[in-house]
Design a protein around this ligand. Structure first.
Ligand code: AMP
Length: 431
C-alpha cells in the first residue's frame, strides 16, 4: 500500500532536530521570565471572523493564505495564521486587559498557505510577546530589549539588523491611502498590474508599495510618502523611541518602506532581518497596535508586541553552528548489563544515578545482548560515559562492583563499589 506523507510545507521535527528547538525554547522562556512576561495559551482554531477583523480583509494572509473550513455546525473556522489576534481575543474575553497592564508571551504553530521554500512553511512556529496598557515608547523599547537579549544569548547579534519605521495612526494612513490611490490612478496606464492587483489597488493601495515587480517599483518613483502624512504626536514618539534605542545600545536602521502585511499596526513598526537565510530574511516582526482591542469589540487598549519565526531562528543557529554542544546531547550515561541476573541491579543502578544526579540523562540498556553490541549502542546513544555491570560465570549473588568507562577513552575505565557509582559518575563526566 502507498505510504502517506506529511502535507507539503508541514514539517516533522525529528529527535535530533528537536534538541535545537528545545535549546531555543528554553533560552526564550528564560528571557521572557526575566522580563516579567507571563505565558498565555489560546486555541489553534478560531472563528474566521477574528482574523478577518484583525489582520484585515484585504491582506495576503486573509485573502490567500488562511486554512479555513466550515465545521459540522456550519461555522467558518480558521487555523490561526498568527498569534496576536488570538492573544487579544483571549486576554480581552477573560478580562485581562481591563484597566490593567499586561505582559504576555506565547509560542506555538501558525498556518499559512504560502508557497513553501527554505524558511517558509505552511505550518510554522512563532514565539510572541504582547504588552497591553502602555503607551510607549518605553514599552516598545522594552519589547525590543527582549528580542535583543535573545539574539545576544544565542550569539546571533552580529547577524541581525533592526529596521524601524513610523507608519502613523490609522487616520493618517487613511489620508495617505487616499492620496496614494489618487496618484496610482493617475499613472494607472503605466502600472503592470493584473486585474486582481488592480482591484486591490483601489481597496488597499498601500499593498502596491510592497509589490516585488520591478515595473511597479519603477513607476512608484514620485508616489506620495507616508511620512508626510504622519501626525506630530506620532513623530515625537518616534523620535523618543530612537533616542531610547540608542541609550539602550540597540542599533537600528530606518526603513521608510517598511509597512508590514497586517492592517492592525500603527506608529512604530519594526522587523529584525538577516542576510544568512537567503530570500526569507525576516526573523522577527512587530510594532504597536493600539486600535486592535477596540476593533475586536473590547475597550480602547494600548498595545504592542512582536512575533519571531522559530524555524528561521533554528536555521540560523544550525547554519552558523551556534548551538552549544551540551545542548545537542540527548543523554550522558549508558548503563550496560552483561551476563545472567543483572537486569534488576542495572535498572536499580540507573535509577539511583537519576536520583543522585537529576541533571543527567541516563539510559538503561534493555533487550539483553553481548557486551560488544551493548557498547556499540552506548556509543551511538551519544552518552559520554558507560556504566558496565558485568557478570562472568553463572553465580546468582548480587554484583558488588561495576565499571565506569569514558566512551572517548580519555581516562582508563575504573572499577567501583556499586553504591559509590551514582556519585562517581558525575566526577568522571566532568573529567
Ligand atoms: P509576520 O506575522 O508575518 O510578521 O511574521 C513574523 C515572523 O514569523 C516572520 O518574521 C518570520 O520569521 C515568521 N514567519 C512568517 N511566515 C512564515 C512562514 N510561512 N514560514 C516560516 N516562518 C514564517
Amino acid at each position: 500500500m502507498e505510504k502517506l506523507q506529511a502535507i507539503r510545507g508541514m514539517n516533522d521535527i525529528l529527535p535530533e532536530n528537536s534538541l535545537s528547538w528545545q535549546y531555543l525554547e528554553s533560552t526564550f522562556q528564560r528571557i521572557v521570565k526575566r522580563f516579567g512576561y507571563q505565558e498565555i495559551r489560546f486555541p489553534i482554531l478560531e472563528h474566521t471572523q477574528l482574523f478577518k477583523r484583525s489582520i484585515g480583509e484585504v491582506t495576503d494572509i486573509v485573502e490567500k493564505e488562511m486554512y479555513s473550513f466550515d465545521d459540522r455546525n456550519g461555522n467558518s473556522l480558521s487555523l490561526r495564521p498568527e498569534g496576536t489576534a488570538g492573544c487579544v481575543r483571549a486576554a480581552d474575553q477573560h478580562g485581562l486587559l481591563y484597566n490593567r497592564q499586561q505582559r504576555l508571551w506565547y509560542q506555538g504553530p501558525m498556518f499559512r498557505h504560502e508557497r513553501p521554500q527554505k524558511g517558509r512553511y505552511r505550518q510554522f512556529h512563532q514565539f510572541g510577546v504582547e504588552a497591553f496598557g502602555m503607551s510607549g515608547p518605553d514599552i516598545d523599547v522594552e519589547v525590543l530589549q527582549v528580542a535583543a537579549m535573545l539574539w545576544q544569548e544565542l550569539d546571533l547579534e552580529e547577524f541581525l539588523v533592526l529596521e524601524i519605521n513610523n507608519i502613523g495612526s490609522a487616520a493618517d494612513r487613511k489620508e495617505y491611502s487616499k492620496a496614494l490611490r489618487e496618484y496610482l490612478q493617475s499613472i494607472e496606464g503605466q502600472l503592470p498590474l493584473d486585474d486582481d492587483a488592480r482591484t486591490r489597488m483601489h481597496v488597499n493601495p498601500m499593498r502596491v508599495l510592497d509589490s516585488k515587480h520591478p515595473g511597479v517599483q519603477a513607476a512608484l518613483g514620485d508616489a506620495p510618502v507616508l511620512y508626510n502624512f504622519v501626525n506630530d504626536d506620532s513623530k515625537d514618539q518616534y523620535e523618543e523611541l530612537k533616542m531610547l534605542l540608542t541609550a539602550s545600545n540597540i542599533d537600528y536602521v530606518e526603513n521608510p518602506k517598511l509597512v508590514r502585511g497586517l492592517d492592525y499596526y500603527n506608529n512604530c513598526v519594526y522587523e529584525w532581518t538577516t542576510d544568512t537565510l537567503g530570500a526569507q530574511s525576516a526573523v522577527c516582526g512587530g510594532g504597536r497596535y493600539d486600535g486592535l482591542v477596540e476593533q475586536l469589540g473590547g475597550r480602547q487598549t494600548l498595545a504592542c508586541g512582536f512575533a519571531i519565526g522559530i524555524e528561521r531562528l533554528v536555521l540560523m543557529l544550525d547554519t552558523l553552528h551556534k548551538i552549544p554542544e551540551e545542548a545537542l546531547k540527548p543523554i550522558d550515561v549508558y548503563v550496560a548489563c552483561v551476563g545472567e541476573n543483572v537486569t534488576e541491579q542495572a535498572l536499580a543502578l540507573a535509577q539511583a544515578i537519576r536520583e543522585e544526579q537529576p541533571d543527567l540523562g541516563v539510559i538503561s540498556h534493555c533487550g539483553s545482548g553481548k557486551f560488544n553490541s551493548q557498547l556499540k549502542r552506548a556509543f551511538s546513544s551519544g552518552a559520554k560515559v558507560a556504566v558496565i555491570l558485568e557478570r562472568e560465570g553463572d553465580c546468582n549473588a548480587p554484583l558488588q562492583t561495576g565499571k565506569i568507562r569514558r566512551l572517548d577513552d580519555s581516562i582508563e575505565a575504573q572499577t567501583y563499589e556499586i553504591a559509590a557509582i551514582p556519585k562517581k559518575v558525575a566526577e568522571v563526566l566532568l573529567n
